[in-house]
Design a protein around this ligand. Structure first.
Ligand code: BEZ
Ligand code: FE
Length: 329
């Protein structure tokens, strides 16, 4: 391409101090306002990181080699980049920013790599786990909106490990789904099923992310939990999980998924519950009320939070397509 035809800002004699400004200037030809802003901030923070740590060439190469290995181990069913994002706390951070929750609504948490589209829709009361060694657990939940009204016909995807801490897809020749199901909330917003009491388990740690955890002196465990995903038109898609209180890893989850509001106690069925749900009195029981946020509430809260966060940083922004870009007017 003839360089005289390309309208780029002139750049030469680049130094430790002016390189950032120059990269930002050349990227400023980008017509997509949001992409330009994201790249501007990315380059600024990356360069500041290198300047502040006095990054050596060897360390830079070690980092690139590490990222190469992260890419090389990825397959259709193994996403090491997301795992890396998880153990750095980025996945939780992005979910919390993009799916803000008003007080009293159910908080989100990390999705993890073990959700599949294989789960079958089961009738209320069915058992989603066929592990004979699991501790049987009755799960009774309701789904409400932020005004306290029951929300019927919500599609709820649920998944958990077996009693050895493995998801069905972790077995090489697994035959059909187990430890997972889809439920629909009824007219009162209720869904209930039989499961097993969750157990702690390690995230996949036989690859570069596992090696990084080891170098950092960290363990790869997640506390006992059960995953839930909620979908209904008009409501913000909710990906969350419930965590058992007093799990040994409750306060050191390898992927930072635990939030206080998601920590639950396992109770026992009293006579009424036992009768209503057809279990023995004293049977282990998990009850929880999920509160979904409408799309409209989420959009408004996301825009308000963006404005406030950027105001605190002294940046003038406007919201375009729900996301901040610099306000240059
Ligand atoms: C999980 O809970 O299934 C999970 C989450 C993040 C990384 C690995 C596993
Ligand atoms: Fe999990």
């Amino acid at each position: 391409m003839d360089p005289s035809l390309v309208k780029i800002p002139p750049m030469k004699d680049l130094t430790v101090d002016n390189i950032t400004e120059n990269v930002i200037r050349i990227n400023s030809l980008c017509r997509d306002e949001r992409m330009k802003y994201v790249l501007e901030r990315l380059v600024t923070h990356l360069h500041d990181f290198a300047r502040e740590t006095r990054l050596s060439t060897t360390e830079w190469m070690t980092g690139l080699q590490f990222l190469t290995e992260v890419g090389q181990i990825c397959t259709d069913v193994r996403q090491e980049f997301i795992l890396l994002s998880d153990i750095l706390g980025l996945s939780l951070l992005v979910d919390s920013i993009d799916h803000p929750k008003p007080r009293g609504s159910t908080e989100g948490t990390v999705l993890g790599p073990f959700h599949t589209h294989e789960a079958e829709e089961l009738a209320a009361g069915a058992s989603m786990s066929h592990d004979p060694h699991g501790q049987p657990l009755l799960v009774v939940c309701t789904v409400k909106d932020t005004a306290g009204n029951p929300v019927p016909d919500v599609k709820v995807d649920i998944w958990e490990t077996d009693s050895t801490g493995h998801y069905d897809v972790q077995y090489p020749n697994h035959e059909g789904p187990d430890g997972r199901c889809i439920m629909r909330s009824d007219a009162d917003g209720v869904f209930w099923f039989r499961a097993i009491t969750p157990v702690p388990y390690p995230i996949p740690h036989d690859g570069p992310v596992g090696r990084l955890l080891k170098k950092l002196g960290r363990h790869p465990f997640r506390p006992s939990h059960m995953h839930f995903m909620f979908e209904k038109a008009g409501f913000d898609h909710l990906i969350t999980a419930l965590y058992l209180r007093n799990d040994p890893y409750e306060t050191s989850d390898a992927v930072f998924g635990v939030k206080d509001s998601l920590v639950v106690d396992i109770g026992t069925a009293g006579p009424e519950v036992a009768e209503k749900y057809g279990v023995e009195e004293g049977h282990a029981l998990l009850r929880y009320e999920f509160v979904l946020v409408s799309d409209e509430e989420t959009r408004a809260l996301r825009a308000r939070n963006s404005k406030e966060a950027l105001d605190r940083l002294g940046r003038r922004v406007k919201i375009v397509n729900g996301l901040p870009v610099p306000d240059l007017d």
